[in-house]
Design a protein around this ligand. Sequence first.
Ligand code: S3P
Length: 437
Amino acid sequence: MISIKPIAKVKGSMKVPGDKSISHRALMLLSIGTGQGKIRGLLNSADIFSTLRAFQSMGIEITEEEDAVAVTGKGLYGLQEPSDIIDLGNSGTTMRLLSGILAGQPFMSVLTGDDSLRNRPMGRIIEPLREIGADIYGRSGNQKAPLVILKNPLKGGTYQGKIASAQVKSCLLLASLYQGGSFTYIEPQRTRDHTERMMRYLGISIEVEGTKILMGSPDEKQAPGSKKKEFINRDLEVPGDISSAAFFMALAAGKPGFEIIIESVGVNPTRTGIIKVIEDMGGDIAVLNKRSLSGEPVGDIRVRGKILKNIPIARERIPSLIDELPIIAVLASQARGDMEVSGAAELKVKESDRIAAMVQEMGKLGVKIEETPEGMKIYGEQVILGGKAYSHKDHRIAMSIVIAGLLSKEGVSLSGEECIDISFPEFFKKIQALREA
Ligand code: S3P
């Protein structure tokens, strides 16, 4: 249990830890590339540790150096059969992306996770992986983990994605490194493209045309399961995570007088939905000092508090801000008018049912907020009174409630806050630093 007192003033600059999505992909791709690659700015959190341990259990050497993590990749076919089941804790990204790599291996593997992960939908990767030839099974009629993955040659072709999910897309793009022939993945809606960017940066053959991603050259006429081109590792640098920065952006954006600069944050356009929302709500937000890090755009995000006006958030924006919706709900409660979030059913199958969790917990703090069939309605200009709340063991719910506590009248006691270690172990230290600034 932690008690969060209201914050009187926010002014200053800060950094947030490395991007979680990019950190997973860096560890995975360097493990199956050839030679040593160093990762600077890798997120040091529980979810990333799940990915790191999984590859160590398959014989990959990953060592911590003073200012980087060094991965010695053994090539596409260098992983060893793990001697035990692989426990991925709370990490959905690890389970879904890793399954794509494991589907191409000549050995058996079994993946499991915590209560939350074992109840998240895995049919969304099992079904397409089977379609390209994988021998993969899951509990509950191939819908849930534990997953068992056996050896089978994978074949190329075209797959039309059914849900807008970067995890599903990335699973298939990784599996395609083990397919005979070329492979095309068509996304129903554009989602974060970190896998595509990193693959390109590492020299893997990939072309993107709108929502179509082509892997390998179209004239590759290889037999199913025949060997693909290896790639040589390069050093990678991970930008700050915009999904972690979002909590501080929301803290400052709606309060005149508050101002914050968050340095070196990834501003990949498939992730900047939160910036666009703050802009569209009439906020004062700017990306300064734009540059590029290992193929990803980066900048310093400056937010100055203003009275905001709510806007509707519909399906087309959802993939660009999916992980930010809980904190956007907090921001919306402080703005003028009401906010209706729609087309966001995916939020129900995250680390928790994030719609139910936010409606319950914000409700406990005195905010009027309702669940709708595929989203939520947040009433604006609410006073967050304060009180007792629970994290639902979900890091993003926990951090959203902490920000609500900072903006509240009387403070908040939050239980189950340990889950914040999943993505942002230094979160409370950053808040302390803001209080002392
Ligand atoms: C992620 C994709 C998103 C996001 C998750 C990380 C990724 O999930 O919510 O936190 O790294 O690819 P979906 O692909 O399920 O939308």
